[in-house]
Design a protein. Sequence first.
Length: 424
Amino acid sequence: MGKNRVVIGCQWGDEGKGKIVDLLAADADIIARFQGGANAGHTIVVDDTKYILHLIPSGIIHPGKTCVIGNGVVLDPFGFKEELDFVTGKGIDYTGRVFVSPAANLVLPYHKLIDATEEKSRGTSNIGTTLRGIGPAYVDKVARLGIRVADLFAPERLKKRLDHNRVMKQKYLSGSTDERADLDRTYNELLALTDLFRPLMADVSLMLHEAKREDKVILYEGAQGSMLDVDLGTYPFATSSNTTTGGALTGLGIGPKMIDEVVGIVKAYTTRVGTGPFPTELIDETGELLRREGDEFGATTGRPRRCGWLDLVALRHTVRVNGVDSIAVTKLDVLDTLPEIKVCTAYELNGERLDQVPLDMAELSHVKPIYQTVPGWQTDCTGIDRFDALPENTRDYLNFVADDLGVKILVVSTGAKRKETIMV
Ligand code: GDP
Ligand code: IMO
Ligand code: MG
């Protein structure tokens, strides 16, 4: 019987979750997203076709797989419609395969307007959000002001809740000439979506429990990275959801026994988009090389990603908070040309050596990485399909990382394409 796996980004996002979820989806029946929203950009490359998904789970490319969006996701209904049209345009039939929890909160145009206004007001301390309205939508959820998918089917309630939001958000909306501040317009546009959403409604929790009872295999797809977790990441330079394993439970309405294995996705180096601490960041030619070779530009915003060496201290933290069992190491090929590679094994803070992240994560902006230098392999690894066939130095690098973290290696990815993969 297949394992029910949760796939979690172990760094600051963009680890290659899309690719790995698509890969593991071959052995699953249901692929479930549990948090985040269209701030995510998950890339899948099959042969010569590239798909970038924001809300639809990365199992959609496999014909016949069921894709569900849980209550923990903040769903932009207009972006979602565009995405359904996008996959349809790629020849994918989603009918009867995509389901949405009515308890998911909606990201509405005014959330994006508020996101932009708040970012501006933060000035030089801005977070560098994706401007997808994610933070403001989660704020509304917790403040119990949110509009949920279910409200689409109760027009009077929807109207009333929008009217209440208009009052509560006066400081952002009143007097604004931005069309996103026009809640009557939003109301009408939402009503036009009800027919699209009606057949997608499902009790996601119940659906997953019944699937488990029938021995179907569920793959849980995380978004963002653990270092962006609102509780356990580099707050306030974080996203607004629990990106870690716990988010899968609350975001889908499942218990811990519904998960058999936690798969952490680890990029062979580190990247980060937006602002916030990044101890191993390289602002030099090697950083440029990683960006160029790794094509490190945001899948959602197109922004250049900040690049640096692998950070084992941060990874020890994220492996622990998620309970990671095994890792998928991605973008190994990006390191192929380097004569030597550095790995951060500890930090120095105020003259002291730290093997774990500091108690106050804000201190991450003051730590100095302590590196161990390992030899590179200077061999093109793309196309190698067995772990044993990798150069010795490559295997040493991978084993060094896995041993330090106390996890096993499940997958090694040596290129963006589905087939450029080693199953270990
Ligand atoms: P996600 O947000 O974690 O799904 O990752 P993104 O899709 O935002 O970014 C990962 C990028 O790396 C995408 O462009 C992928 O196509 C690409 N990618 C994934 N795995 C590999 C790999 O092993 N090698 C290379 N060169 N690219 C990869
Ligand atoms: P995937 O799923 C990388 C970052 C933003 C910003 C911070 C807060 O593709 O890995 P938000 O819009 O969420 O309020 O922004 O989080 N961020 C991501 N960085 N990958 C992502 O998603 C991200 N989603 C949000 O850049 O620093
Ligand atoms: Mg991404």
